[in-house]
Design a protein around this ligand. Structure first.
Ligand code: ZN
Length: 118
């Protein structure tokens, strides 16, 4: 299940950032996941529950924004919503298009709890 390795990668980046900022724990994380990425939401949710155990994100709330896919036709430059990676242009039927949005996998924001200073 590749979702777990993606989750562990996200946690890695988030913990790194939080530690740099002197955080004790992460209270909230906001993610952006493109609908054209290979992530399957149910599998991702399941992997998340496993992955955050014993991490700084164990108690963190998670906001996940799924971003619609958007492509631009290579032939007629029409921009259109894409449900799948191999969707033809609705104007001319061309199969080759540039993906503008929908493949992202990003941490949009982190909310951290700072350590109590001595
Ligand atoms: Zn076209």
């Amino acid at each position: 299940m590749h979702e777990l390795s993606i989750v562990l990668h996200i946690i890695d980046i988030a913990e790194n950032e939080a530690q740099k900022a002197g955080a004790a724990t992460i209270s909230e994380i906001e993610l952006a996941i493109g609908k054209l990425s290979t992530i399957e939401p149910a599998a991702f949710d399941f992997a998340w529950k496993q992955g955050v155990k014993n991490s700084m994100l164990e108690q963190a709330g998670r906001i996940t924004n799924y971003i619609d896919g958007k492509g631009r036709c290579n032939l007629c430059e029409t921009e259109f919503l894409m449900e799948t990676l191999h969707q033809p242009c609705p104007e001319c039927g061309e199969f080759f298009s540039e993906i503008l949005e929908g493949k992202e996998l990003q941490i949009k924001s982190l909310r951290i709890e700072e350590k109590i200073k001595n």
